[in-house]
Design a protein around this ligand. Sequence first.
Ligand code: IPD
Ligand code: CA
Ligand code: CA
Length: 267
Amino acid sequence: MHPMLNIAVKAARRAGQIIARASLDLDQIKVGVKQKSDFVTGVDEAAEAAILDLVREVYPTHAILAEETGANTVTGAEYQWIIDPLDGTTNFIHGFPQYAVSIAIAHKGVLTHAVVFDPNRNELFTATRGAGAYLNDKRIRVSKRAKLEEALIGTGFPYRSFDHADAYLAIFKEITRRTAGVRRPGAASLDLAWLACGRIDGFWEFGLSPWDMAAGALLIQEAGGLVSDLAGEGDYLASGNIVAGAPKIFAQLLQIIQPHCTPSLAR
Ligand code: IPD
Ligand code: CA
Ligand code: CA
């Protein structure tokens, strides 16, 4: 394993341990509200602090973009860590066991290493550009499914901003009608990791943040899948909108989604 990925794994496991311990006594958890339907707990903060401590100790010259503490730019930094210490906070608060730690490392703007760690199942998803994607120690690949009517599709519902709710619902209706089913597990990083290992065949969501997607996107690419923005291009981290899938399913999803995209929802 590449040394940098190794540190990312160590950091993700430390955060996972904090999260797992806290999940045993949910009544103790103090919940703050950042904005409507956007919650933060002391556990998000403690998990992020544990990750940042390790990263700063080992790689003091690297830049960091982390959900709870924001961007820490280091002039001239070639590497950037993109961190969601607890993806799926709403699930976590409710004891709904679907959440993860997500860490990606970009080199000169290119996603290079990825870790998504699921503390509930002790599943560690990792990838390094050009070296494949793994679940624990096993190589993973996206599903071979090609027929849309047999595909299981993941998504995230709009719940904070409803600006694009009509377009979303029109897409939802068509995808529900034309596929084997749609799931909304509630932690985008894990949804993407599950796509990488073939548990779902496609995924789409609007309005995500880079830390929700960065690690999962590299996992999918290294597992032989495709990831894009709504224009079918590579700007998903910046636009917040993502479509992903096993190659044949991806193309069909994009074809359904694109006609519903208004100019304000173009990328
Ligand atoms: C959220 C989850 C969820 C997605 C939201 C994200 P958080 O992350 O990934 O699946 O639908 O848009 O904000 O806030 O729990 O880290
Ligand atoms: Ca998140
Ligand atoms: Ca989070």
